[in-house]
Design a binder for this molecule. Structure first.
Ligand SMILES: O=c1ccn([C@@H]2O[C@H](COP(=O)(O)O)[C@@H](O)[C@H]2O)c(=O)[nH]1
Length: 274
């Protein structure tokens, strides 16, 4: 199997960069005429994958909205991950995990080992317990040809409080980005160790040239736009993976309308990349 970075590069070149998010908020279930139950969750999430999976390079289910339905929600997430792959898209599971090394190994087994029912192509990881807490995920990703997106410059308004703080010669975010650049050194056509850099952060002085994918959530409902993504990523925009959840999902329940909404956003980003 090729690396995650190579699979993502090929998929983005083929289908465009947009990564629609699957965030089954209770309010969205109701807007689609569904109950806020595991059955409603299943209809919603599988409908979204049916509409968006065949036309997207990747999809990003948000684990929280499946976990809140308990074990039946997790069972739906397992199906969603399988259906994303069956549709020829890459599954980026947004779980933002990070823990002491021995526990991080457990999480890595759960989400990156292909033998696990919850295995994804890539997951989001939090580095705020320090680099050693990310290491088990790095090793598992390398072993299984999977990818990571490590939180660097997140889209939430208070993110700078921690991420812009200085840690020696660099900021905290700069340290995360430099470590990812080292992990991706020499990888072609793209490394498998990505960063999360929100579409809402304005401009940044940080070096985004990590030779890896740059997941950019915050498009749409949080105010991120293709123009903003162009400004933030500059010459790295070809490696940006813009992500939008609520704005696209609110075009449902009609699956054609949902697909059209994603196509419009994807086309705007394709134009940006050129
Ligand atoms: O910095 C980050 C990291 C992750 N997210 C996640 O992306 C989606 C955004 O949803 P929208 O409806 O498009 O706002 C959500 O799952 C977040 O947990 C992020 O927003 N910012």
């Amino acid at each position: 199997m090729s690396t995650f970075g190579a699979r993502l590069r090929a998929a983005m070149d083929d289908r465009g960069p947009l990564c629609p998010g699957i965030d089954p908020h209770a309010g969205l279930l109701r807007a689609w005429g569904l109950d806020d139950t595991p059955a409603g969750l299943e209809r919603f999430a599988l409908g979204a994958v049916e509409a968006l999976g065949p036309v997207s390079s990747s999809l990003k289910p948000q684990s929280a909205f499946f976990e809140r339905h308990g074990s039946r929600g997790i069972a739906v997430l397992e199906r969603v991950l399988a259906e994303i792959r069956a549709a020829g898209a890459l599954a980026i599971l947004d779980v933002k995990r990070g823990d002491i090394g021995s526990t991080a190994e457990g999480y890595a087994d759960a989400y990156l080992d292909p033998a696990s029912p919850l295995a994804a192509d890539a997951i989001t990881v939090s580095p705020y317990l320090g680099s050693s807490s990310v290491q088990p995920f790095v090793e598992a990703a390398a072993r299984h040809d999977r990818g990571l997106f490590v939180l660097a410059l997140t889209s939430n308004p208070g993110a700078g409080q921690v991420q812009h703080a200085r840690a020696g010669e660099r900021t905290v975010a700069g340290t995360v980005l430099a470590e990812l650049a080292a992990l991706n050194a020499g990888a072609e056509p793209l490394g498998s160790y990505g960063a999360v850099v929100g579409a809402t952060i304005g401009e940044t002085a940080e070096d985004l040239a990590i030779n890896g994918p740059l997941l950019a959530p915050g498009v749409g409902a949080q105010g991120g736009t293709p123009e903003a993504v162009g400004r933030i990523f500059g010459d790295q925009v070809r490696n940006a993976v813009p992500s939008s959840s609520r704005e696209i999902l609110s075009a449902g329940p009609d699956l054609g309308a949902l697909r059209d909404a994603a196509a419009r956003t994807n086309d705007a980003f394709r134009t940006l990349v050129g």
